[in-house]
Design a protein around this ligand. Structure first.
Ligand SMILES: *Cc1c(COP(=O)(O)O)cnc(C)c1O
Length: 473
């Protein structure tokens, strides 16, 4: 038997810092997309499980070298795919410390500082979003699990009102909960419904308009009346267009006609409009909902993973999520035990990174970052729309732009997909595609703290170059 040797921390961490630093410094100029193929990555990273140990510095150096061709410039300034965001410097530093500290952030007893940092960060977020006082929160892995958290609270509250204890008795024999979603609700809402036994497809669907907003007329038709339990899922920020459901009028209508309704808002990135006096009107009425889910790893630019669940009725939140008590666990009295608010037991102390992000930006910095992204999205949309054959398909209300390309002698769908492929190969920036109301479209999402107006110009030039090549080719 060999004894563990005292590790050479300085060598390991300094080498790691150098490798991470050169990656981060390469971001502004490095090709944004991946360069290695799956076969190449499997060949360099794979092989049989080694029998013998290896020196940690060697492991890290080999990992960095072999992973590099498959590492995407995702935290960089010209990554416009999906809705992503990078890592703010302070948040990245806090995330490194989180790994070094390696606290089990399930309770105050196992990590007092983790508990308090998460508590402070959660309270700051409630304040930043202007949510009702007394709103409870949980820091989950992402918006999908934030949905799960919120909808578990909804399931608890709606069934408790019918005299059914779902946590103890489960769903077999329980009164039904009707679920109403918009036709363009995000896939992760349906996943949360699937996990909660409410059924991903067992939903009433309200129609949406040309921007993907829930249509009030369609909602009125499908809403119905009466005391039966209803869960309504609304959207603040359509993943393609950035459009917001008309939250105020919808919630008013729901409250008037369905007294036993719970209203949940998917604000994965759209909830951040609350930080800006220019954008806040998009969320008018959202404060009257029962729960809200959003992400930290998107627009707050916290490293993965960070999702936030907020519930107006803290007792429903706690009743739904807190695990049965165990004799070997030490519970807080005045202290906050994080695991009572999320669907996790042992967990990463992810509150530190969120705390550091909010502390480094402050209220003004968050507002500036969100407004800058929206301004850059607008700038890219305007420059693209000024070109013949380039059409912006959406009203650019936030940070999302949808673009379509047309040219004589080309099928517009095929041409649009070809332009996207060429942009990805070009490597100046990265963006993806979607099918929007039956037609192919390019998606631009501006969510990174480090993106500048110059990055936007360079990216528009790369897009137009790819369009020109696609038109000729
Ligand atoms: C990204 C996104 C989600 C899912 O968030 P994850 O953090 O990936 O789980 C849900 N809804 C919307 C509108 C999104 O953009």
């Amino acid at each position: 038997m060999t004894e563990p040797r005292a590790p050479a921390w300085p060598q390991l961490l300094e080498r790691t810092t150098a490798l991470a630093g050169s990656f981060l410094e390469s971001l502004p100029e490095r090709p944004v997309g991946a360069r290695g193929t799956v076969d190449e990555l499997r060949a360099t990273l794979g092989g049989p499980l080694p029998a013998a140990p290896a020196d940690p510095v060697t492991v890290i150096e080999e990992l960095a070298r072999n992973a590099d061709p498959g590492i995407i410039g995702m935290p960089g300034p010209r990554y416009f795919g999906f809705v992503i965001g990078g890592a703010l410097p302070a948040a990245l530093g806090a995330d490194w410390l989180t790994s070094a500290w390696d606290q089990n952030a399930h309770s105050y007893a196992t990590g007092p500082a983790a508990s308090v940092a998460e508590e402070v960060a959660g309270e700051w977020l409630v304040e930043l979003f202007g949510l009702p006082s007394g709103t409870s929160f949980g820091l989950a892995t992402g918006c999908q699990m934030a949905h799960f958290t919120c909808l578990a609270a909804a399931r608890h509250a709606l069934l408790a009102r019918s005299g059914w204890d779902v946590e103890r008795r489960g769903l077999f024999g329980a009164p039904e909960i009707e679920v109403l979603v918009g036709a363009e609700g995000h896939a992760t809402l349906h996943t949360a419904l699937q996990y909660l036994g409410l059924g991903a497809d067992r939903v009433t669907v309200a129609g949406t308009d040309g921007q993907g907003r829930m249509d009030l007329g369609s909602l009125r038709q499908v809403l119905g009346d009466g005391d039966a339990s209803l869960l309504v899922c609304l959207q603040a920020g359509n993943v393609n267009t950035g459009a917001f459901d008309p939250l105020g009028p919808i919630i008013e209508e729901v409250r008037r006609r369905r007294p036993n309704a719970w209203v949940h808002v998917d604000g994965a990135f759209g909830l951040w409009a609350a930080v800006s006096p220019e954008l806040r009107h998009l969320l008018d009425g959202a404060g009257a909902a029962d729960s809200w889910a959003t992400d930290g790893h998107k627009w707050l630019n916290v490293p993965y993973d960070a999702g936030y669940a907020f519930v107006a009725d803290a007792s429903a939140h706690h009743a739904a999520l807190a695990p049965p008590r165990a004799a070997y666990i030490q519970y807080g009295t005045r202290e906050r035990d994080e695991f009572e608010w999320v669907p996790e037991y042992s967990r990463r102390a992810r509150g530190f990174a969120t705390y550091a992000a909010l502390r480094s930006l402050g209220r003004d910095g968050v507002r500036e970052m969100v407004e800058r992204c929206c301004r850059i999205a607008r700038q890219m949309a305007d420059r693209l729309a000024a070109e013949a054959g380039v059409e912006v398909l959406n009203e650019v209300v936030l940070n999302q732009v949808l673009v379509r390309f047309t040219a004589e002698g080309h099928d517009p769908d095929a041409l649009t997909r070809d332009v996207i492929r060429r942009v990805q190969e070009d490597g100046t920036c990265w963006l993806g595609g979607t099918t929007w109301h039956g037609t192919a479209a390019m998606r631009i999402s501006v969510s990174n703290w480090s993106t500048t107006a110059a990055d936007a110009d360079r990216s528009v030039e790369a897009i137009l170059r790819s369009f020109q090549a696609g038109r000729v080719g």
